[in-house]
Ligand binder design. Structure first.
Ligand SMILES: Cc1ncc(COP(=O)(O)O)c(C=O)c1O
Length: 366
């Protein structure tokens, strides 16, 4: 007789989940470590904002505003959108999880792209749904293959635009024609974690498209260009009805007091944003060109990281990663993204980029 235990009650799909492994950070804290593994901002937030955090923690005995009212006001103002259609979360991963809790279920299917962000299949499986993976095309998300993967059971489609870890984007015209073809009973999540970095005018972050497509939800984060990964802050924008549904099931105080206030202040830092975009434009190009000059292949990126192929006939990827780590440089191994020949390198600050380039050159050309 099988002994009963608590794990018998788990949804079968939960047993399929491989734990999310973030960019290596075990050697962070060691002096002068260069962390290029999680696409964080290489810049510290302005000191005038940073010093406010101390004062804010004085009120830690009290709960924060559960509705993140001030923050929503600031987001609405900055992005010229409607406050009532915003939800805030403890990072955008919090919101991705809330979305699947609400709109996915056992017996349902969730479509993710091959080489898409690895947290989507996790939240889908937590909800009990089956994950359907749509083949990508040349490492880009294929709207055509996603549409072909839709079935009667499809509940949610996840798309990161730009995509992590490949850095590719779907332009506005393609996104719109895709959205027109998706049945209205399927929720489309467009994750714009890296949207602020895109300068190509053919791109749309999709916020305005939510007026046209009531089944569209856009998620955003403060972890990348706004340089607040450590505070955990994200938000989403959709129809009033979808947001009302998500608001019912989020944690009552899911955004802490420091994140709400510092996030709100960061939205006003136009110069910080401009500097970050400029820096990224310059360095993603320099980084790619340099890596190419060493004989390694890169892919055009619209985000703050570069996808690099380490041709196994030319060089052992594991040796490269080990040697970089020995020199206190952490990059992202993409084995768990099913990209065994690839690494991903975030754009760091100028000094970090120079050190990375010098070090990888010395390893590859040795
Ligand atoms: C595409 C994408 N979405 C969401 C996230 C999660 O961001 P957050 O820090 O807001 O949870 C990441 C983090 O790397 C990401 O790459």
């Amino acid at each position: 007789m099988i002994k009963k235990n608590i794990f018998n009650s788990l949804k079968p799909s939960i047993n399929e989940i491989a734990k999310y492994i973030p960019g290596e950070s075990s050697i962070v804290g060691r002096k002068s470590v260069i962390k290029l593994s999680s696409n964080e901002s290489p810049f510290k937030i302005p000191k005038k904002i940073f010093i406010k955090a101390n004062k804010l923690t004085e009120n830690s005995n009290l709960y924060p505003d559960g509705d993140s009212d001030l923050l929503k006001d600031s987001i609405a103002k900055k992005f010229k959108i409607k406050k009532k259609r915003i939800i805030c979360g403890n990072g955008s991963d919090d919101i991705l999880s809330i979305i699947t809790q609400a709109f996915s279920r056992e017996g349902g299917e969730v479509i993710c792209s091959e080489y898409g962000f690895i947290y989507y299949p996790i939240v889908a499986k937590v909800s009990g749904a089956k994950v359907v993976t749509a083949k990508s095309k040349d490492y880009s998300i294929s709207c055509k293959n996603i549409l072909a993967s839709i079935s009667k059971k499809t509940k949610i489609i996840f798309i990161a635009n730009p995509n992590n870890p490949t850095g590719t984007i779907i332009m506005k015209n393609e996104l719109v024609s895709f959205l027109k073809k998706v049945p209205q009973n399927i929720l489309v999540v467009v994750d714009g974690a890296y949207a602020e970095y895109v300068t190509d005018l053919r791109f749309s972050d999709g916020l305005n498209l939510t007026n046209q497509f009531p089944n569209l939800i856009i998620t955003r984060t403060f972890s990348k260009i706004f340089a607040l990964a450590g505070l955990r802050l994200g938000w989403a924008y959709s129809s009033e009805k979808i947001i009302e549904t998500l608001e019912k099931i989020r944690g009552p105080f899911n955004v802490n007091i420091v994140a709400q206030n510092i996030g709100s202040l960061m939205l006003k830092e136009d110069n910080f944003l401009k500097k970050s975009i400029r820096h990224n434009m310059v360095w993603k190009k320099k980084l790619s060109a340099f890596v190419n000059s060493l004989g390694l292949e890169t892919y055009e990126t619209y985000a703050n990281f570069v996808l690099i192929r380490i041709d196994k006939a030319k060089f052992k990827k594991k040796t490269l990663i080990k040697k970089l780590t020995e020199k206190d440089i952490i990059i992202r191994d993409l084995d768990n993204y099913d990209l065994p020949e690839f690494i991903r390198v975030s754009v760091g600050n100028s000094l970090e980029m120079k050190k990375f380039m010098k070090t990888i050159k010395s390893i590859i050309l040795k």
